[in-house]
Every structure is written in C-alpha cells, then in structure tokens.
Design a protein around this ligand. Structure first.
Ligand SMILES: O=C(O)C1=C[C@@H](OP(=O)(O)O)[C@@H](O)[C@H](O)C1
Ligand SMILES: C=C(OP(=O)(O)O)C(=O)O
Length: 430
C-alpha cells in the first residue's frame, strides 16, 4: 500500500465491532445454553479464528454477516476436536480458550502462526496448572503449540504479576469449571469485558477495586448454567484510535466516529488526547450491556507532548503505536513508560514503532519499558516494515498522511487481523 500527504478529512465513520468483545461473545455463547445473537460482530481474522475453534468442538455458529447466531450447548456441551485448533495470530483466542479447555473431559492441542507461537504462554500455564489443569508447551519453550488434557480443577486465588485481561479471563473461565471460588488480583485494572459480559450471561462473578493500591480483584464461583444473550457489539476504540489520530493530525479535518465503546478500562487514549491538547467531544453517551458507548467528534488540533505511565497503560496498551505517531507530530517531548508488555505483542512493538518512526525522521529512542519521543520534526515518507503486525500497519498509514513524499506500507493486508475494511473507511472522509 502506498500513501501520501492529504488535507481535509471530513465526514462520519462507523467503526467495526470491538475485537475483545467479539471474541468473548463467541466463547461465552458456545458454553451457554440457548442461542446467542450477535450484531456488529468484528469479521476480522482473529475473531474468525475463535469461531472456527468452537465449530471444531461441535458448536453450530451461523455467520450471516449482519448477525452471528451461536447455538450454545451449555457448560459441558463441547466435543473433542479431531484436529489441532488453529488460533492464527490471536493471543486473545489462545489464552481465553485455554481457560475453557482445561475444564473439558477431552484432550486438545492449539497452535497459531509464527508470531503467536513465539508469544509467552507461561503466564497462563502457571495459574491454570495451580488450579489442577493439565496444560503444557509442546516444545517446552513456554509458548504455543499447547497440549491440554483433562484435569480436576479447584478454585485458587492468583496474584497476577501483569495487568493482563487475557491472563485474568483465562483464569476466570477455568473458574467456571472449578470446585470453589476462584479470584485473580492484578496490579492495576485491565479491560473488564469478561467480568461485564459473564455477568450478563448469568455467571456468579464480582469485582473489587482497592483505591489505596489500585489493585483490582475479580471473583468467580462455578454455576450450573450460563444463558444465551442478545448482544450488540460496540465499535472498537482500538480501531477508532486511527481515526482519532487522523482527525487530530491531518490539517482542516473534522471526523465523527460513531458508536464507539468508551469503557473506562479501554479508553485511556481519550485521556492522553485531552492531556495533549486535543479538540475532542463525546456525543450521545449511553450504556448497552454494561458497556459505555459514545460518538467521538474530532477536529484538527495542535498537540503537545505528555507523559504516559502507570495505571493508564493497560487501558491503552494496543493504542501505543498510534499514540507514538501523535507524539511525533506534537510539539515537545512525550515519555511512555511502564509499557514493557509491548514487547510481547504481535511484534516487539517498542522496536517496530521506534525503528519505523526513526526511518521517517523522528527523534525517538527506545527504553526498556517504552520510548521517548521528541516531537515536532517533519516526517518523511519511507518504506514501513510492519513485520505483519496489524497495529503497526494502521498506525503508520496515519503517519503517511502527514509525511512528505510517499510512504510504502509493506504487508498492509495484515490489517485483516482486526480491521479488514480499514482502508475502505477513508472513502467517506475524502
Ligand atoms: O483480553 C483482550 O481481549 C485483550 C487484552 C490485551 O492483551 P493482554 O491481556 O495480553 O494485555 C490486548 O492487548 C489484546 O489486544 C486484547
Ligand atoms: C495484542 C493484540 O491482540 P492479541 O493479543 O489478541 O493477539 C492486538 O490486537 O493488538
């Protein structure tokens, strides 16, 4: 994909469904009784991988594009897959499904692409094993492919060293199959879609937040049944982030981003934008299925640097590549720290962001747990090495819109992972 500088992005954009919520609808719908009807489901490769995994375990899932219908078979209705479950590029699929699989009376194996199979899985192997689960790394390197065998699960309390919704959700899902209460404490609150949605499905789940320490704990007790739901998936704020940045950075722009999820555990980018001096207004705020939603009106703004660290990091972890682009265009210095988790995403996102922004002429250095960006230098077009990371492709596509000359995004098709219609979405804005 080749892109060049533009001005005047104006109009409305409808963002596809939230990736985290779409995965969870399929998983919870599959182990609930009755049907789950999902609207605005994200038809991205990661969520389609989740659908395929559950189809392989005997769940009928109708994908009618406009609507997905999951014919759930109850907590104990999954059947043994006859082949390895292919989790593709999706960390969320791998870690959440593992929590369900350790509770099943059959063996299973999961494997993904090269990126997925090099991401750390010890973070779920350890707590799931403590619960009595049988789960191991087949190559004994702490990564997928994973082998899972039947085990008798008991409730535990787990103090997670990382604020990770994938780790938390994996343990809570295993907790559905345990013999007593399971709880997970994380150092700060990560996205809480599992807690909100499992409650809607009828699970016995609650959360506690310690104001003194910022630690968050979720508790779950086994229940006899979950019940199918009707779910409208809000637009994904992680996808909206590219249009927020485009609206702020491209001169003479005004973009209305419709129906976007603004759950506080996900919307850290809005706070960062405010701190950078952005002109953003939230309209039509409402709540559906426990999830906060709004339309986001963005106008071209003169941004300044900021510091991003601590508890806000888990609420914007996937947005750091695009925040780095905003920081490169802003006046002054932006410091991003406490974000070492970036190193274990689809790529090492500290490296991929810093290398590519440097190649565009930005004054940026990588640190152990983030980056320091001295903004305000003119960016120039170059070849962007996405290393097949969808967030890098999308973030640098926005950088291309404010850079001199042409920017070439290698392997731009990888946007299919979370936003297959990303490039089409610009059509309404030109
Ligand atoms: O639970 C989820 O849906 C996700 C949690 C985050 O990962 P971690 O839990 O590993 O931080 C995030 O990066 C990922 O895109 C989706
Ligand atoms: C990290 C991401 O997803 P996952 O962990 O599900 O692969 C992402 O979408 O940026």
């Amino acid at each position: 994909m080749e892109l060049a500088k533009i001005t005047g992005l104006r109009g409305e954009v409808n963002i596809p469904g939230d990736k985290s919520i779409s995965h969870r609808c399929i998983m919870f719908g599959s182990i609930a009784s009755g049907t789950t009807e999902i609207s605005n489901f994200l038809q991205g490769a990661d969520c389609l991988a989740t659908i395929n995994c559950f189809r392989r375990m005997g769940i009928e899932i109708e994908n009618q594009e406009e609507k997905i219908i999951v014919h759930g078979k109850g907590l104990h209705g999954l059947t043994a897959p006859t082949e390895i479950l292919d989790v593709g590029n999706s960390g969320t699929t791998t870690r959440l499904i593992s929590g369900i699989l350790v509770g099943q009376p059959f063996e299973s194996k999961l494997s993904g692409d090269n990126s997925l199979n090099s991401r750390p899985m010890k973070r779920i192997i350890e707590p799931l094993t403590k619960m009595g689960g049988h789960i191991s790394s087949i190559l004994r390197n702490g990564c997928a492919p994973l082998y899972i065998a039947p085990g008798k699960l008991h409730g535990i309390h787990y103090d997670s060293p990382v604020a990770s919704a994938q780790v938390k959700s994996s343990i809570l899902l295993a907790g559905l199959y345990a013999d007593g209460e399971t709880s997970v404490t994380e150092p700060s609150l990560s996205r809480n879609h599992t807690e909100l949605m499992l409650k809607e499905f009828g699970a016995d789940i609650r959360s506690q937040f310690d104001l003194n320490t910022s630690k968050a704990t979720a508790f779950i007790r086994p229940c006899s049944e979950l019940y199918g739901q009707k779910i409208m998936v809000p637009g994904d704020i992680s996808s909206a982030a590219y249009f927020i940045a485009a609206g702020l950075l491209v001169p003479d722009s005004e973009i209305l981003i419709k129906n976007t999820g603004i759950n506080a555990t996900r919307a850290g980018i809005l706070k960062v934008c405010e701190n950078m001096g952005a002109n953003i207004t939230l309209l039509n705020e409402r709540t559906e299925g426990g999830e906060a939603i709004a339309d986001i009106l963005v106008r071209t703004s003169k941004l300044h640097g900021t510091t991003i660290s601590g508890d806000i990091i888990p609420t914007l972890i996937d947005e750091i590549p695009i925040i780095a682009i905003m920081a490169a265009a802003a006046e002054g210095t932006t410091i991003i720290k406490d974000a070492a988790e970036l190193k274990v995403k689809e790529t090492n996102r500290i490296e991929t962001v810093v290398d590519n922004l440097k190649a565009m002429g930005c004054d940026i250095i990588a640190t152990d747990d983030g980056m320091i960006i001295h903004g305000g230098k003119t960016l120039h077009g170059t070849t962007i090495h996405t290393l097949l990371d969808h967030r890098i492709a999308m973030a640098f596509s926005i950088a291309a819109l404010i850079a001199e000359d042409t920017t070439r995004i290698l392997d731009s098709k990888c946007v299919d992972v979370s936003y297959p219609t990303f490039y089409d979405s610009f059509e309404n804005l030109l």
